[in-house]
Design a protein around this ligand. Structure first.
Ligand code: UT7
Length: 326
């Protein structure tokens, strides 16, 4: 057998899905809550509105709707799923995990299901983990989700960050496939990093009254995010011997349009090649990348065979990227 005849397992995105709660909180609405303006929020962040979960609507409910859409798009039934990973910072309960709740809601049982907590980088962490399960032969069909109800940990009297966050969920079905040993199919590579020295720059400390809310040194986090994402773009291209021009689409974490624009500039990419949802979704933490991916797949911009770069930076700090041929 020659090396050309040799095959390898790759993981490919079989389908995507997403879900946003019905209620919309606009910048104008926020003007009535804190000392801010639509103009300030839009200019500094690119956000116009965000979705907010209803009373009694939890992360597992959003995850379920996104999962159903992804399962339908993949043309499979839920009983084909042999791994569930949910990236979330806002689980329904401290335990059990959203993933096991979702498994029950999907009417399946037995295979592994667990949550990953890497805040805004969570989806990239979850995708990398599922990809490694599949490449190791430990799973064949994974449901990978980013789902958040950040509104539940937002202090709507803190104008410095309540303007950012939104709720939502995005999902992908990641399936095992065979490919030529040297081909670059499916998830081409993933790159994960963390540095716990920055814990208190972006965190949710425990409060005695149970009202745990996000604290963020916004401007310092902003600068760290831009510099770190610059580096991860270089690392991802170098690891694959690829050029900037090989990337068809940037699907970034949607934290702030100014961070997204800086990464696009680094990649010499026109903003037409960048999937932007921050204007309508706000920052939905771990949900933002799969939400943006699903939007662009469904509106026909991202097509089979396109090369996508996903990247994210978040609390911890954590950061990471995934390079995928869709
Ligand atoms: O998703 C994971 C990681 N998170 C991020 O990547 C978020 C990163 N950070 C950001 O997106 C931005 O830092 C923010 C949007 C949070 C803040 O924007 P900024 O341009 O960094 O503003 P700033 O914090 O430096 O504040 C500038 C001014 C201050 O006033 P003075 O001190 O210059 O008089 C703030 O008090 O803007 C004021 N300000 C506001 N004014 C109107 C802060 N928040 C508001 C507000 N409305 N909502």
């Amino acid at each position: 057998m020659t090396t050309q005849d040799m095959r390898k397992i790759v993981s490919t995105i079989a389908g995507t899905g997403s879900y946003l709660p019905a209620k919309i909180l606009s910048n104008k609405d926020l003007e009535t809550l804190v000392d801010t303006t639509d103009e300030w929020i839009f200019t500094r962040t690119g956000i116009r509105e965000r979705h907010i979960a209803a009373d009694g609507e939890f992360t597992s409910d959003l995850a379920l709707e996104a999962a159903k859409n992804a399962i339908h798009a993949a043309g499979i039934t839920a009983d084909k799923i042999d791994l569930i990973i949910v990236a979330t910072t806002t689980p329904d309960k401290i335990f059990p995990s959203v993933a096991t709740m979702l498994q029950r809601k999907l009417g399946i049982a037995g295979y592994p299901a667990f949550d990953i907590q890497a805040v805004c980088s969570g989806f990239v962490y979850a995708l990398a983990t599922a990809d490694n399960f599949i490449k190791a032969g430990a799973a064949k069909c994974a449901l990978v989700i980013g789902a958040e109800t950040f509104s539940r940990i937002t202090d709507y009297s803190d104008r410095s960050n309540c303007i950012l966050w939104g709720d939502g969920a995005g999902a992908v079905i990641l399936c095992a496939a065979q490919a030529d040993m040297h081909s670059k199919e499916g998830v081409i590579s993933t790159h994960l990093h963390a540095d716990g020295n920055y814990e208190t720059m972006l965190h949710v400390p425990r409060k005695e009254n149970g009202q745990d809310t996000v604290l963020m040194e916004g401007n310092a986090v902003f600068k760290m995010a831009v510099n770190t994402l610059d580096q991860i773009v270089d690392e991802t291209l170098a690891a694959n011997g690829m050029q900037k021009s090989d990337i068809d689409w940037l699907v970034p974490h949607q934290a702030n349009i100014r961070i997204i624009t800086a990464t696009a500039k680094k990649l010499d990419m026109s903003m037409e090649k960048v999937i932007v949802t921050v204007d309508k979704h706000g920052n939905t933490s771990a949900a933002s990348i799969p939400l943006a991916l699903d939007v662009a797949v469904r509106d026909g911009r991202i097509k089979r065979g396109d090369v996508i770069l996903m990247e994210a930076f978040g609390g911890g700090f954590t950061w990471g990227s995934a390079l995928i041929r869709y």
